[in-house]
Design a protein around this ligand. Structure first.
Ligand SMILES: Cc1cc2nc3c(=O)[nH]c(=O)nc-3n(C[C@H](O)[C@H](O)[C@H](O)COP(=O)(O)OP(=O)(O)OC[C@H]3O[C@@H](n4cnc5c(N)ncnc54)[C@H](O)[C@@H]3O)c2cc1C
Length: 427
């Protein structure tokens, strides 16, 4: 039967690629808009990357820092979540290409595909010095760290035992500093009573940085404080030393060999291939150079946000690759799309820097909020409360708070499990 009424128009279809901080925020903030959304991610979970190092160091379990994307959007019937890998974009045809041959048509596309670690042209180092970006990376590192202590326990040759008990972290940004401090505490406080043949307190934790100081994103006095705090935990900090070789035997840095069986890469990032998919301009780290409204040059219907893009902040410097920046961009894109659907427009994206935080061991941290600088235990409390606040869901907040309380009270790290990890990585 025909009613003589025209068929209702299909709602505007938005495809969001990536359910990290930027993509998920865009999906959340589009609530109530007259649109249909398809959210695509190659993983089934949203990951709270700032606490990944705590999974790598056996402090937290994987499920405490990750949530199924489908669950997070269960109350939004207009959002379809797809577990799929995007391999390209056919911009003239307005289609996203999937690696299994599938395609998705869009009216508006939001690319929020993040970044991965980079080896500055030495990808062959990755099996020896894995980086930290995904849950798989974290459980691989956890396995390597725990296996190293196990091997040392059985090793009778002093040199080989020393190599098992030497942990090298390359790169002294927040991730490198946080890893070094926590591995030092694992060796100093948690493990000693559990081993019989080795003194885990004799483990060497070496943090190598090519630049002149640790935490270069922070003010000079905070980075000097962080270095002293690391050294008081027993971490050896090597500054101004570029790593020139990584192998199964160890590293070469500043012309010297260091025998070590556990290397961790925390030195560089490379953007996802979003710029390549579009043939769009990119910087040396592969980050897509977006316009001030976060659209791709020549494609007003394609937004790109988060770690996969580069855009100048109010101080003229690139907006940092941190979670709050990706979330602000996700919110901006949602508002901009809503304005367009109302027939209006939205001004340029303006980044507001909320501050920088880094933890150095279980009771110390540094924080910089504009001219306010905090260090030590007070900073650690603020760091802890901020991280618990930004976790999703009451269960995870309680669970993480309890895990941290346990570490403080008992020095026990409940997630000390050796599981399979990546087969690509040499150990
Ligand atoms: C170890 C570590 C520690 C960090 N610590 C902090 C911190 O303390 N504070 C802070 O503010 N920031 C921190 N960051 C940075 C912060 O996590 C990032 O800036 C933020 O995640 C960027 O958000 P995004 O949405 O751009 O990308 P992401 O959050 O990385 O999300 C990208 C999403 O895209 C998906 N994806 C990628 N490619 C494809 C594809 N081809 N097809 C389908 N899906 C795809 C991924 O699976 C992922 O879910 C840290 C990062 C790391 C790695």
């Amino acid at each position: 039967m025909t009613t003589g009424q025209p068929a209702p128009a299909e709602p505007h279809h938005i495809v969001i690629v990536g359910a990290g901080f930027g993509g998920l925020e865009a999906a959340f903030d589009l609530a109530g808009a007259p649109v249909r959304i398809t959210l695509v991610d190659r993983r089934n979970h949203h990951l709270f990357q700032p606490l990944l190092y705590q999974v790598a160091t056996a402090s937290l379990a994987t499920s405490e820092i990750a949530w199924p994307i489908r669950y997070l959007l269960r109350g939004r019937p207009e959002v379809t979540t797809l577990f799929a890998t995007v391999s390209g974009v056919d911009a003239p045809a307005r289609r996203v290409l999937l690696d299994d041959g599938g395609t998705l048509s869009y009216d508006t596309l939001v690319l929020a595909t993040g970044a991965r670690h980079a080896y500055f042209g030495h990808d062959e180092w990755e099996p020896f010095a894995p980086g930290l970006k995904t849950l798989e990376d974290a459980t691989t590192l956890r396995r390597r760290i725990l296996v190293a202590f196990e091997r040392a326990e059985r090793e009778t040759d002093p040199e080989r035992r020393a190599a098992w008990l030497t942990f090298v972290i390359v790169g002294a940004g927040p991730t490198g500093v946080e890893l070094a401090g926590t591995i030092a505490e694992l060796a100093q406080d948690t493990l000693p009573p559990d081993f019989r043949n080795i003194d885990t307190q004799k483990a060497r934790i070496v943090l190598i940085e090519a630049g002149p100081r640790v935490l270069t994103g922070f003010a000079d006095d905070l980075s000097a404080y962080a270095q002293r705090a690391l050294e008081s935990l027993g971490v050896e900090v090597m500054l101004g030393q570029a790593v020139t070789e990584c192998s199964a035997d160890g590293v070469v840095y500043g012309g010297q060999n260091l025998r070590a069986r556990t290397l961790i890469w925390a030195a560089g990032v490379r953007a996802s291939p979003a710029a390549e998919w579009l043939g769009a301009p990119a910087d040396r780290a592969g980050r897509l150079q977006v316009l001030p409204d976060l659209t791709v040059p020549g494609h007003p219907e394609i937004f790109a946000i988060g770690d996969t893009v580069v855009i100048a902040g109010p101080d003229g410097k690139p907006v940092p690759g941190i979670a709050p920046a990706a979330k602000q961009q996700g919110r901006y894109v949602a508002q901009s799309i809503k304005a367009r659907l109302r027939g209006g427009s939205f001004g340029p994206f303006r980044y507001r820097h909320a501050g920088s935080l880094a933890q150095i061991g279980k009771r110390l941290a540094v924080i910089e909020f504009g001219s306010i600088k905090l260090r030590g235990t007070v900073a650690w409390w603020i760091w802890g409360i901020a991280h618990i606040y930004f976790l999703i869901g009451l269960r995870n907040r309680l669970s993480v708070a309890l895990s941290w309380l346990w570490i403080h009270a008992r020095n026990q790290r409940a997630a000390r499990l050796i599981t399979q990890g990546s087969s690509k990585v040499v150990n």
